[in-house]
Design a protein around this ligand. Structure first.
Ligand SMILES: [Zn+2]
Length: 414
Protein backbone atom coordinates (compact mmCIF):
# COMPACT_ATOMS: atom_id res chain seq x y z
CA UNK A 1 0.00 0.00 0.00
CA UNK A 2 1.35 3.42 -0.92
CA UNK A 3 2.37 5.70 1.90
CA UNK A 4 -0.05 8.41 0.82
CA UNK A 5 -2.99 5.99 0.74
CA UNK A 6 -2.15 4.54 4.13
CA UNK A 7 -1.96 8.03 5.55
CA UNK A 8 -5.35 8.87 4.12
CA UNK A 9 -6.82 5.75 5.67
CA UNK A 10 -5.33 6.58 9.04
CA UNK A 11 -6.71 10.09 8.88
CA UNK A 12 -10.13 8.72 8.09
CA UNK A 13 -9.99 6.21 10.93
CA UNK A 14 -9.04 8.72 13.56
CA UNK A 15 -11.35 11.43 12.23
CA UNK A 16 -8.90 14.30 11.76
CA UNK A 17 -5.90 15.18 9.62
CA UNK A 18 -2.41 16.43 10.43
CA UNK A 19 -1.51 19.66 12.11
CA UNK A 20 1.73 20.52 13.85
CA UNK A 21 0.29 23.46 15.76
CA UNK A 22 0.12 23.58 19.55
CA UNK A 23 -2.45 25.23 21.80
CA UNK A 24 -2.44 26.66 25.34
CA UNK A 25 -5.11 26.37 28.05
CA UNK A 26 -5.98 30.05 27.75
CA UNK A 27 -7.29 29.52 24.23
CA UNK A 28 -9.89 26.86 25.18
CA UNK A 29 -12.75 27.49 27.62
CA UNK A 30 -14.06 23.94 28.11
CA UNK A 31 -12.94 23.12 31.67
CA UNK A 32 -11.89 19.53 31.00
CA UNK A 33 -9.66 20.25 27.98
CA UNK A 34 -8.49 23.49 29.59
CA UNK A 35 -7.22 21.60 32.64
CA UNK A 36 -5.67 18.80 30.60
CA UNK A 37 -3.53 21.42 28.82
CA UNK A 38 -2.91 23.45 31.95
CA UNK A 39 -1.44 20.47 33.80
CA UNK A 40 0.32 18.96 30.78
CA UNK A 41 3.86 19.67 32.04
CA UNK A 42 4.81 20.63 28.50
CA UNK A 43 5.69 24.21 27.93
CA UNK A 44 5.93 25.99 24.62
CA UNK A 45 4.59 28.88 22.62
CA UNK A 46 0.90 28.69 21.71
CA UNK A 47 0.51 28.72 17.92
CA UNK A 48 -2.65 30.80 18.26
CA UNK A 49 -2.20 33.45 20.94
CA UNK A 50 1.60 33.43 21.11
CA UNK A 51 1.85 33.14 24.87
CA UNK A 52 4.54 31.01 26.41
CA UNK A 53 3.07 28.53 28.89
CA UNK A 54 1.90 24.91 29.11
CA UNK A 55 0.68 23.61 25.78
CA UNK A 56 -0.52 20.44 24.05
CA UNK A 57 -0.34 19.55 20.37
CA UNK A 58 -3.67 20.39 18.73
CA UNK A 59 -3.76 16.80 17.44
CA UNK A 60 -3.92 15.54 21.04
CA UNK A 61 -6.77 17.92 21.79
CA UNK A 62 -8.64 16.67 18.72
CA UNK A 63 -8.08 13.10 19.93
CA UNK A 64 -9.79 14.08 23.23
CA UNK A 65 -12.77 15.44 21.33
CA UNK A 66 -13.26 12.52 18.94
CA UNK A 67 -15.05 10.07 21.31
CA UNK A 68 -17.72 12.70 21.98
CA UNK A 69 -18.01 13.70 18.33
CA UNK A 70 -18.46 10.02 17.41
CA UNK A 71 -20.98 9.41 20.22
CA UNK A 72 -23.11 12.51 19.72
CA UNK A 73 -23.01 13.07 15.93
CA UNK A 74 -23.63 10.91 12.90
CA UNK A 75 -22.56 11.40 9.30
CA UNK A 76 -25.51 13.18 7.70
CA UNK A 77 -24.92 11.37 4.41
CA UNK A 78 -25.80 7.95 5.88
CA UNK A 79 -28.58 9.13 8.15
CA UNK A 80 -30.58 11.90 6.47
CA UNK A 81 -32.32 11.33 3.12
CA UNK A 82 -30.61 13.21 0.32
CA UNK A 83 -31.90 14.56 -2.94
CA UNK A 84 -29.60 15.72 -5.72
CA UNK A 85 -31.56 18.93 -6.23
CA UNK A 86 -33.07 19.62 -2.85
CA UNK A 87 -30.07 18.65 -0.71
CA UNK A 88 -30.82 16.99 2.61
CA UNK A 89 -34.52 16.25 2.92
CA UNK A 90 -36.56 16.72 6.08
CA UNK A 91 -33.70 18.50 7.75
CA UNK A 92 -33.97 22.24 7.41
CA UNK A 93 -32.33 22.21 10.82
CA UNK A 94 -30.00 19.80 12.43
CA UNK A 95 -27.51 19.14 9.63
CA UNK A 96 -24.21 20.95 10.09
CA UNK A 97 -21.67 21.48 7.35
CA UNK A 98 -18.06 21.12 8.55
CA UNK A 99 -17.72 24.81 9.45
CA UNK A 100 -21.13 25.20 11.09
CA UNK A 101 -20.31 22.09 13.06
CA UNK A 102 -17.19 23.65 14.59
CA UNK A 103 -18.32 27.26 14.90
CA UNK A 104 -21.94 26.74 15.99
CA UNK A 105 -22.06 23.33 17.58
CA UNK A 106 -18.70 22.26 19.02
CA UNK A 107 -17.88 25.76 20.12
CA UNK A 108 -20.85 25.86 22.52
CA UNK A 109 -18.67 23.47 24.59
CA UNK A 110 -15.19 24.54 23.57
CA UNK A 111 -15.77 28.28 24.10
CA UNK A 112 -12.95 29.32 21.82
CA UNK A 113 -12.66 32.99 20.95
CA UNK A 114 -9.59 32.78 18.74
CA UNK A 115 -10.83 32.61 15.15
CA UNK A 116 -7.56 31.19 13.84
CA UNK A 117 -7.91 28.23 16.24
CA UNK A 118 -11.53 27.56 15.24
CA UNK A 119 -10.53 27.71 11.59
CA UNK A 120 -7.67 25.26 12.18
CA UNK A 121 -9.99 22.79 13.95
CA UNK A 122 -12.54 23.04 11.14
CA UNK A 123 -9.78 22.49 8.54
CA UNK A 124 -8.30 19.52 10.39
CA UNK A 125 -11.47 17.61 11.33
CA UNK A 126 -12.73 15.23 8.65
CA UNK A 127 -14.82 17.37 6.29
CA UNK A 128 -18.28 15.85 6.45
CA UNK A 129 -21.81 16.98 7.11
CA UNK A 130 -23.00 15.86 10.52
CA UNK A 131 -26.31 15.51 12.32
CA UNK A 132 -26.92 15.21 16.06
CA UNK A 133 -27.40 11.59 17.11
CA UNK A 134 -30.12 12.80 19.50
CA UNK A 135 -32.40 13.67 16.61
CA UNK A 136 -32.97 9.93 16.35
CA UNK A 137 -32.59 8.70 19.92
CA UNK A 138 -32.85 10.00 23.48
CA UNK A 139 -29.89 10.90 25.63
CA UNK A 140 -29.19 8.52 28.51
CA UNK A 141 -30.63 10.91 31.11
CA UNK A 142 -33.73 11.41 28.97
CA UNK A 143 -34.20 7.65 28.73
CA UNK A 144 -33.85 7.45 32.54
CA UNK A 145 -36.45 10.18 33.03
CA UNK A 146 -38.83 8.22 30.77
CA UNK A 147 -38.24 5.20 33.00
CA UNK A 148 -39.14 7.23 36.10
CA UNK A 149 -42.36 8.46 34.44
CA UNK A 150 -43.29 4.90 33.58
CA UNK A 151 -42.46 3.83 37.16
CA UNK A 152 -44.67 6.63 38.53
CA UNK A 153 -47.56 5.44 36.39
CA UNK A 154 -47.08 1.82 37.49
CA UNK A 155 -46.87 2.53 41.25
CA UNK A 156 -49.85 4.88 41.07
CA UNK A 157 -51.97 2.27 39.30
CA UNK A 158 -51.17 -0.72 41.49
CA UNK A 159 -53.47 -1.30 44.48
CA UNK A 160 -50.47 -2.44 46.56
CA UNK A 161 -49.10 -0.26 49.35
CA UNK A 162 -45.55 1.08 49.35
CA UNK A 163 -44.61 -1.51 51.98
CA UNK A 164 -46.10 -4.32 49.89
CA UNK A 165 -44.41 -3.20 46.68
CA UNK A 166 -41.01 -3.01 48.32
CA UNK A 167 -41.28 -6.26 50.28
CA UNK A 168 -42.66 -8.17 47.29
CA UNK A 169 -39.69 -7.29 45.16
CA UNK A 170 -37.26 -9.53 47.01
CA UNK A 171 -37.22 -12.10 44.23
CA UNK A 172 -37.43 -9.84 41.20
CA UNK A 173 -37.37 -12.55 38.50
CA UNK A 174 -40.51 -14.24 39.89
CA UNK A 175 -42.58 -11.07 39.87
CA UNK A 176 -45.10 -9.82 37.36
CA UNK A 177 -43.68 -7.40 34.79
CA UNK A 178 -44.92 -4.18 36.39
CA UNK A 179 -43.28 -4.96 39.72
CA UNK A 180 -40.06 -5.94 37.94
CA UNK A 181 -40.01 -2.60 36.16
CA UNK A 182 -40.70 -0.79 39.45
CA UNK A 183 -37.83 -2.57 41.16
CA UNK A 184 -35.45 -1.92 38.24
CA UNK A 185 -36.16 1.82 38.40
CA UNK A 186 -35.68 1.96 42.19
CA UNK A 187 -32.39 0.10 41.83
CA UNK A 188 -31.32 2.53 39.11
CA UNK A 189 -32.09 5.64 41.16
CA UNK A 190 -30.28 4.26 44.19
CA UNK A 191 -27.33 3.14 42.05
CA UNK A 192 -27.00 6.69 40.68
CA UNK A 193 -27.19 8.17 44.18
CA UNK A 194 -24.34 5.88 45.22
CA UNK A 195 -22.36 6.77 42.12
CA UNK A 196 -22.54 10.43 43.14
CA UNK A 197 -22.10 9.57 46.85
CA UNK A 198 -25.21 11.47 47.83
CA UNK A 199 -25.24 10.85 51.56
CA UNK A 200 -24.92 13.16 54.55
CA UNK A 201 -24.20 12.29 58.16
CA UNK A 202 -26.35 13.81 60.89
CA UNK A 203 -24.21 13.55 63.99
CA UNK A 204 -25.93 12.56 67.18
CA UNK A 205 -25.46 13.02 70.91
CA UNK A 206 -23.18 9.96 71.03
CA UNK A 207 -20.89 11.36 68.26
CA UNK A 208 -17.77 13.39 68.91
CA UNK A 209 -19.06 16.19 66.67
CA UNK A 210 -21.75 18.74 67.40
CA UNK A 211 -25.14 17.04 67.02
CA UNK A 212 -27.34 18.20 64.18
CA UNK A 213 -30.41 20.25 65.15
CA UNK A 214 -33.59 19.26 63.39
CA UNK A 215 -36.74 21.28 63.90
CA UNK A 216 -40.22 19.93 63.81
CA UNK A 217 -43.38 21.98 63.92
CA UNK A 218 -46.92 20.98 64.83
CA UNK A 219 -50.00 23.19 64.58
CA UNK A 220 -52.63 21.35 66.62
CA UNK A 221 -51.65 22.47 70.18
CA UNK A 222 -53.06 25.49 71.98
CA UNK A 223 -50.89 28.07 73.69
CA UNK A 224 -49.43 26.60 76.90
CA UNK A 225 -51.54 23.44 76.67
CA UNK A 226 -52.35 21.56 79.80
CA UNK A 227 -52.24 18.31 77.91
CA UNK A 228 -53.61 15.32 79.84
CA UNK A 229 -52.56 16.98 83.05
CA UNK A 230 -48.94 17.45 81.97
CA UNK A 231 -47.29 20.75 82.75
CA UNK A 232 -44.95 20.41 79.77
CA UNK A 233 -45.22 19.47 76.10
CA UNK A 234 -43.88 15.93 75.64
CA UNK A 235 -41.61 14.88 72.76
CA UNK A 236 -44.09 12.23 71.62
CA UNK A 237 -46.59 15.04 70.98
CA UNK A 238 -44.24 17.19 68.91
CA UNK A 239 -42.21 14.39 67.30
CA UNK A 240 -43.32 11.69 64.86
CA UNK A 241 -47.08 11.43 64.78
CA UNK A 242 -48.49 8.15 66.14
CA UNK A 243 -49.64 5.71 63.46
CA UNK A 244 -53.36 6.34 63.95
CA UNK A 245 -53.04 10.02 63.11
CA UNK A 246 -50.63 9.79 60.16
CA UNK A 247 -52.14 11.10 56.95
CA UNK A 248 -50.91 10.54 53.39
CA UNK A 249 -47.64 12.44 53.04
CA UNK A 250 -44.98 13.30 50.48
CA UNK A 251 -42.70 10.50 51.65
CA UNK A 252 -44.96 8.18 53.65
CA UNK A 253 -48.38 6.60 53.35
CA UNK A 254 -51.29 6.93 55.74
CA UNK A 255 -50.48 5.13 58.99
CA UNK A 256 -46.74 4.83 58.30
CA UNK A 257 -44.77 6.59 61.07
CA UNK A 258 -41.95 8.80 59.83
CA UNK A 259 -40.42 11.93 61.31
CA UNK A 260 -40.71 15.07 59.19
CA UNK A 261 -38.46 17.97 60.11
CA UNK A 262 -36.37 20.78 58.70
CA UNK A 263 -33.01 22.48 59.20
CA UNK A 264 -34.59 25.80 59.90
CA UNK A 265 -37.53 26.73 62.14
CA UNK A 266 -39.22 28.85 59.50
CA UNK A 267 -38.99 26.06 56.90
CA UNK A 268 -40.43 23.60 59.45
CA UNK A 269 -43.34 25.98 60.16
CA UNK A 270 -43.92 26.80 56.48
CA UNK A 271 -44.07 23.11 55.57
CA UNK A 272 -46.78 22.53 58.20
CA UNK A 273 -48.71 25.79 57.81
CA UNK A 274 -51.44 27.10 60.07
CA UNK A 275 -54.15 24.91 61.50
CA UNK A 276 -56.98 25.16 58.96
CA UNK A 277 -59.81 24.93 61.51
CA UNK A 278 -58.11 27.05 64.15
CA UNK A 279 -55.63 29.44 62.52
CA UNK A 280 -54.86 31.27 65.76
CA UNK A 281 -53.10 28.24 67.22
CA UNK A 282 -49.36 28.76 67.54
CA UNK A 283 -46.52 26.95 65.83
CA UNK A 284 -45.14 24.53 68.43
CA UNK A 285 -41.56 23.90 67.41
CA UNK A 286 -39.34 21.22 68.90
CA UNK A 287 -35.57 21.18 68.52
CA UNK A 288 -34.38 17.59 68.16
CA UNK A 289 -30.96 15.97 68.18
CA UNK A 290 -30.33 12.44 66.88
CA UNK A 291 -29.33 9.97 69.61
CA UNK A 292 -26.64 8.45 67.40
CA UNK A 293 -25.33 9.29 63.96
CA UNK A 294 -27.97 9.01 61.23
CA UNK A 295 -26.85 8.65 57.64
CA UNK A 296 -29.33 9.99 55.09
CA UNK A 297 -29.69 10.09 51.34
CA UNK A 298 -29.04 13.71 50.40
CA UNK A 299 -31.07 14.98 47.48
CA UNK A 300 -30.59 18.70 48.19
CA UNK A 301 -27.17 19.35 46.87
CA UNK A 302 -26.97 18.03 43.33
CA UNK A 303 -26.73 21.45 41.74
CA UNK A 304 -23.55 22.26 43.64
CA UNK A 305 -21.93 19.04 42.48
CA UNK A 306 -19.22 19.48 39.94
CA UNK A 307 -20.56 18.28 36.64
CA UNK A 308 -17.88 16.43 34.63
CA UNK A 309 -17.21 18.20 31.32
CA UNK A 310 -18.68 16.77 28.15
CA UNK A 311 -15.24 15.70 26.88
CA UNK A 312 -14.48 13.85 30.11
CA UNK A 313 -15.69 10.53 28.67
CA UNK A 314 -14.17 8.56 31.52
CA UNK A 315 -16.84 10.09 33.77
CA UNK A 316 -19.70 10.11 31.27
CA UNK A 317 -21.83 7.91 33.57
CA UNK A 318 -21.52 10.47 36.36
CA UNK A 319 -22.44 13.16 33.88
CA UNK A 320 -25.66 11.44 32.83
CA UNK A 321 -26.45 10.54 36.50
CA UNK A 322 -26.07 14.21 37.32
CA UNK A 323 -28.52 15.37 34.68
CA UNK A 324 -31.01 12.70 35.66
CA UNK A 325 -30.78 13.30 39.43
CA UNK A 326 -31.00 17.06 38.95
CA UNK A 327 -34.23 16.71 36.96
CA UNK A 328 -35.45 14.04 39.36
CA UNK A 329 -34.85 16.03 42.57
CA UNK A 330 -36.42 19.16 41.07
CA UNK A 331 -39.44 17.03 40.27
CA UNK A 332 -39.83 15.60 43.78
CA UNK A 333 -39.45 19.03 45.40
CA UNK A 334 -42.24 20.45 43.27
CA UNK A 335 -45.42 21.55 44.94
CA UNK A 336 -48.10 18.89 44.61
CA UNK A 337 -50.82 19.70 42.11
CA UNK A 338 -54.38 18.37 42.17
CA UNK A 339 -54.46 14.83 40.91
CA UNK A 340 -50.75 14.25 41.58
CA UNK A 341 -49.98 11.24 43.67
CA UNK A 342 -47.34 10.98 46.39
CA UNK A 343 -47.03 7.27 45.69
CA UNK A 344 -43.82 7.47 43.56
CA UNK A 345 -41.87 9.19 46.35
CA UNK A 346 -43.55 7.09 49.05
CA UNK A 347 -42.37 3.88 47.38
CA UNK A 348 -38.86 5.28 46.88
CA UNK A 349 -38.69 6.25 50.57
CA UNK A 350 -39.89 2.83 51.65
CA UNK A 351 -37.23 1.25 49.41
CA UNK A 352 -34.54 3.41 51.05
CA UNK A 353 -35.83 2.37 54.48
CA UNK A 354 -36.06 -1.35 53.76
CA UNK A 355 -33.33 -2.05 51.23
CA UNK A 356 -30.44 0.23 52.20
CA UNK A 357 -28.58 1.06 55.41
CA UNK A 358 -29.72 4.69 55.32
CA UNK A 359 -31.96 6.23 57.98
CA UNK A 360 -33.75 8.90 56.03
CA UNK A 361 -33.77 11.38 53.16
CA UNK A 362 -32.82 15.04 53.03
CA UNK A 363 -34.74 16.94 50.34
CA UNK A 364 -35.63 20.50 49.43
CA UNK A 365 -38.85 22.04 50.69
CA UNK A 366 -41.47 22.50 48.01
CA UNK A 367 -42.96 25.50 49.84
CA UNK A 368 -39.83 27.57 50.51
CA UNK A 369 -38.05 28.87 47.44
CA UNK A 370 -34.85 30.45 48.76
CA UNK A 371 -32.23 30.16 51.48
CA UNK A 372 -31.76 26.87 53.28
CA UNK A 373 -34.68 24.72 52.10
CA UNK A 374 -33.43 21.47 53.65
CA UNK A 375 -36.11 19.12 54.98
CA UNK A 376 -35.82 15.63 56.39
CA UNK A 377 -37.86 12.52 56.51
CA UNK A 378 -36.28 10.21 59.10
CA UNK A 379 -37.14 6.62 59.93
CA UNK A 380 -37.96 7.36 63.56
CA UNK A 381 -41.17 6.10 65.17
CA UNK A 382 -43.32 7.96 67.69
CA UNK A 383 -41.93 6.08 70.71
CA UNK A 384 -38.36 6.88 69.58
CA UNK A 385 -38.94 10.60 70.12
CA UNK A 386 -37.50 11.08 73.60
CA UNK A 387 -37.24 13.68 76.34
CA UNK A 388 -33.91 15.14 77.29
CA UNK A 389 -32.47 12.88 79.97
CA UNK A 390 -34.32 9.75 78.80
CA UNK A 391 -32.19 6.66 78.40
CA UNK A 392 -30.92 6.30 74.82
CA UNK A 393 -31.04 3.03 72.94
CA UNK A 394 -28.21 3.29 70.41
CA UNK A 395 -29.50 0.31 68.46
CA UNK A 396 -32.52 2.38 67.39
CA UNK A 397 -32.98 5.55 65.37
CA UNK A 398 -33.96 7.99 68.10
CA UNK A 399 -34.41 11.73 68.40
CA UNK A 400 -34.12 13.67 71.65
CA UNK A 401 -36.15 16.86 72.05
CA UNK A 402 -33.80 19.44 73.53
CA UNK A 403 -36.23 22.29 73.59
CA UNK A 404 -39.79 23.18 72.69
CA UNK A 405 -41.17 26.65 72.04
CA UNK A 406 -44.41 28.18 70.88
CA UNK A 407 -44.45 31.05 68.44
CA UNK A 408 -47.05 32.92 66.44
CA UNK A 409 -47.18 31.87 62.77
CA UNK A 410 -47.73 35.50 61.86
CA UNK A 411 -44.47 36.44 63.58
CA UNK A 412 -42.67 34.21 61.09
CA UNK A 413 -44.52 35.70 58.17
CA UNK A 414 -46.65 32.57 57.61
ZN1 LIG B 1 -3.12 30.27 23.32
Amino acid sequence: MGLAKRHLEETEARGYGDTDRVVCAGCIGDPYIHNRIRYSHRSGTCSFCGSHRNILPLEEVLAMMMPVIRRDYLPALDNVPWDREEGYLSSAHGVYDPYEFVYEELNTWLEIENDDLLQEIADTLAAEDRVSAYRFSLRQEERDMEKWKEYSKLVTNTPLSAEQIVSLTDKPDRLPEDLQAIRATLDMVYDYCRELRLTTDLYGLSSQFRPRSIYRCVNFLDWNPDYAGLSFIPATLVGTAPARSVEDNRMSEKGDMMFYGAEDKRVAATEVGRNASCPSRPATIGTFHPGRRLRVLDLTDIASWKLPGIFDVEHEKIRSCWFFLKAFTDLISEEKRDGDSYKPTQVLTKYIQRKTDLQGIRYNSSKVRDGNRGCYVLFVTNRDCLEKGDCLDTTRNQLVMEKVEQVDFAGMGI
